[in-house]
Design a protein around this ligand. Structure first.
Ligand code: PMP
Length: 330
């Protein structure tokens, strides 16, 4: 056991766990990268740290400055804890549709929270555009701009991908995850391909996102919707440019939720829905790659962030996500 010299060095270096149920279902070895083990309990701590340190290195932010960002919540939590550790303020713009736990966590961290109605990206009131304007109006402030700031994906090239490669002893057949900013899939994809270009990189896209069609047919087009927070992209962000995507799956909320439920009840892992969608994608990818293949995916955040939604019976019923097996028991 090592002792960390400060809290920010706790970001990354997360454990990798073999997922028993998914591995059995696929006849393969499926591994989950435990990003919920980051100090802010999500994969986005990595991007937050790289974005802030990149701005410091470029001289864009001075002591006492402010970090402004538009986020589904997890990047805001990561930025707020990095800012607290470094002496900056944070202003976080978030759609009001995100979980209450994320809002409470941001307030507890001392972030100034600005809630906006959910709106399409083309609408000037969208949380990303609102955050850019706020950053411009605030003195000594930076706009983190996680979608188009490639310090985000660098965190996954030099961090997440290297760690997965080492933890799997250089025997990796495939990797899959969903995309929000695209930083994780692009960064891990580029990092793993640099180790071995035969590693198959698959996008697991939720319904309502446009990337499945983009990678399958070259056209950004979306269909349906998803209640998964933090994923579901409609454009090619700067982070996604050049992402080495070999194949793609479209994963429904029901398919993702099945794994969220099973991983909690059978393996004691409490995760968010994007993790379930990633695991569903990993099962599909491992089946495609064949018996005995070794596939990694991302367990993006903790389920404790969704106690009022994903782990709340009434919410599940309202979203049509109660599983047949649970209906039979009630
Ligand atoms: N899952 C969750 C819960 C997230 O908050 C995010 C980030 N928005 C992602 C997955 C996707 O990560 P990325 O932004 O690197 O594509």
């Amino acid at each position: 056991m090592q002792t960390a010299s400060d809290t920010l060095s706790l970001i990354g270096h997360t454990p990798l766990v073999r997922l028993r149920g998914p591995s059995e279902a696929a006849g393969a070895d499926i591994f989950g990268k435990c990003e919920f083990a980051n100090p802010g309990a999500s994969v986005k701590d990595r991007a937050a740290l790289f974005i802030v340190e990149d701005a410091e290195e470029r001289g864009l932010i001075r002591p006492g400055g402010t970090i402004v960002e538009g986020t589904a919540g997890n990047t805001g939590i990561g930025l707020a804890l990095v800012a607290n550790a470094k002496g900056y303020r944070t202003i976080i713009v978030m759609p009001e549709t995100q979980s209450r736990e994320k809002m409470d966590t941001l307030r507890a961290l001392g972030a100034e929270l600005v809630l906006v109605p959910a709106a399409p990206y083309s609408n000037p009131g969208h949380f990303v555009h609102t955050s850019r304007r706020l950053a411009e109006e605030t003195p000594n402030a930076i706009w983190a701009n996680q979608f188009d700031n490639i310090a985000n994906r660098r965190a996954h090239i030099v961090g997440t991908a290297e760690e997965i490669w080492a933890q799997m002893d250089g025997r990796v057949d495939g990797f899959t995850c969903a995309a929000g900013t695209g930083g994780t899939i692009a960064g891990v994809g580029l990092g793993l391909k640099a180790k071995d270009e035969r590693v198959c990189i698959a996008l697991s896209d939720p319904h309502g996102a446009a990337l499945y069609d983009y990678y399958a047919h070259g056209e950004l087009r979306s269909e349906g919707s998803s209640v998964a927070e933090g994923i579901g992209q409609g454009r090619i962000t700067a982070n996604l440019e050049g992402a080495p995507v070999d194949t793609q799956f479209r994963i429904s909320d029901a398919e993702g939720y099945e794994w969220v439920d099973r991983l909690l009840k059978e393996e004691g892992l409490c995760l968010g829905l994007s993790s379930g969608i990633n695991v569903a994608g990993a099962v599909r990818l491992a089946r495609q790659l064949g018996p005995g293949s070794r596939v990694a995916t991302i367990l993006c955040d903790t389920g404790f962030r969704y106690l009022s939604t994903l782990y709340n019976r009434e919410w599940l019923e309202a979203k049509g996500l109660v599983r047949e097996r649970d209906l039979a028991m009630s």
